[in-house]
Design a protein around this ligand. Structure first.
Ligand code: GAL
Length: 433
């Protein structure tokens, strides 16, 4: 059974339960309507970002019911969302990404009408890159509003720690990365802050695949899911390098949240972290300045590529008119110029609006965000712009789960063999397709 019919089967049970069996949320007497928003933006920096949206929705007269579900990468939030849908009680709005938006839309639970007017009057089609708008449309209709764009293939560096360890510059090749890691270890630092959760393991895996196999190899293996690329000699090489990168990972990082690991770099206990630019939200919340207190560079060997991760808020069909009005309000706010600026500055991302991407300095974005926007536009032309597998942009959740299992087992098994792991990748992905 493919992923779409799998989700559809689960969700179809929802029709057995009447929506009215569930009480509407309590509404303040003067509220125009209430909306629950399910998301996983719970780290300090990310909460500051989502609070910008909440405050505006409330200012517009609606009641915001916060449906935050902790857990980086959103796996727990997605489990909660599925069970809510099965129970016939989906929230009005939920953070859903990439191909999963199509999967959810095909169950009939997403609303294909409610965003129509906003999309037309606000001219979303011309504000967004086609790659972005295609992701959030189902059969031509918007079923979600894109919020921001994250770059995933970053390396975050504490320059003060580098200095103490005698490292002169940010690594640009894997060899330089290993040399820096050795110096950091020798000086008593954690070389690579890393939380050993499956999505974090695969965030590192895909950066290494991109570095070793290049953009074409990355696309073939992680986007097209080509069996030859998944099991071939280049993948074996990538897995061999991944095992080496793993030797620099924080020994206390097993099961650790990404933001707690980011804190180790911020506080000068660790030298580096491989993480998408939501990591910047933690640096920003700690009042650190890009280019001065910390450095952001493309993961070694990937500076001509941009693995993207677009956060989107999908709208679920609701009976209540007030909720529909609140969904429309959220959509309008999200694509507004001011929100795009303030949210992304807090979140570490860049705007989804193309007019803003080409003029980042004007909005006060820092050097990391300016580099990200410049690279996004250049890589969109060169083909270097590729969807992140680890962040649900390239495949369905089922295929992503297959990658996660093999990669995390490989990193943790002291006897793991790269050639065997590459074969396992091929088999697991085939079964999940
Ligand atoms: C990503 C998401 C980001 C950030 C990150 C850590 O999947 O797109 O916005 O929340 O997970 O949780």
């Amino acid at each position: 059974m493919n992923a779409i019919s799998r989700l559809a089967t689960v969700i179809s049970l929802a029709s057995l339960l009447p929506l009215s069996a569930f009480p509407l949320s309590t509404l303040a007497a003067d509220s125009k309507g209430s909306v629950e928003v399910v998301h996983w933006w719970t780290s300090g920096g990310e909460k500051a970002a989502v609070d910008v949206l909440k405050a505006q929705v409330e200012k517009d007269g609606f009641t915001w019911k916060d449906g935050a579900v902790a857990g980086g990468g959103g796996a727990t939030a997605m489990t909660v969302l599925k069970s809510r849908a099965v129970a016939g009680n989906p929230p009005g709005v939920a953070q859903i990404k990439g191909p999963d938006i199509q999967e959810w839309a095909s169950t009939g639970l997403l609303d294909t009408d409610v965003l129509k007017d906003a999309a037309k009057t606000e001219k979303w089609d011309s504000l967004l890159d086609k790659k972005v708008s295609d992701t959030v449309k189902y059969e031509g209709d918007y079923v979600a509003v894109p919020v921001n764009i994250h770059r995933v293939n970053w390396l975050w560096i504490n320059p003060e720690v580098f200095k103490k360890a005698g490292i002169e510059k940010a690594p640009t090749t894997l060899q330089e990365f290993y040399a820096a890691g050795d110096k950091l270890k020798a000086a008593g630092f954690i070389a690579l802050a890393h939380g050993g959760q499956p999505w974090q393991d695969s965030t590192v895996f895909e950066a290494v695949v991109l570095s070793v196999m290049g953009v074409d190899g990355y696309k073939k293996a992680l986007v097209d899911l080509d069996n030859g690329a998944l099991t071939g000699p280049e993948m074996v090489k990538a897995l061999t390098e991944l095992k080496k990168v793993a030797t620099y990972m924080d020994a206390d990082g097993k099961g650790q949240d990404w933001n707690l690991e980011a804190a180790k770099v911020i506080n000068g206990k660790a030298g580096m972290q491989i993480m998408g630019d939501w990591a910047k939200s933690e640096w920003t919340a700690a009042k650190k300045v890009a280019g001065k207190d910390y450095e952001c560079v493309a993961f070694p060997g990937t500076d001509k590529a941009f693995t993207y991760n677009i956060d989107s808020l999908a709208v679920f069909k609701q009976k209540d008119k007030g909720t529909a009005a609140a969904q429309q309000d959220i959509a309008k706010i999200v694509l507004g110029e001011n929100f795009q600026k303030v949210f992304s500055i807090n979140k570490g991302s860049i705007p989804v609006r193309i007019d803003m991407l080409s003029d980042m300095g004007k909005y006060g974005f820092d050097s990391c965000a300016q580099t990200a926007a410049k690279d996004f536009l250049a890589d969109a032309k060169s083909g270097g712009l590729q969807p992140s597998m680890a962040h649900n942009m390239a495949t369905t959740l089922a295929v992503q789960g297959a990658f996660f299992d093999v990669v995390t087992n490989f990193i943790n098994d002291p006897k793991a063999d790269p050639a065997i792991a590459a074969k396992q990748l091929g088999t697991a992905v085939k079964a999940a397709k």
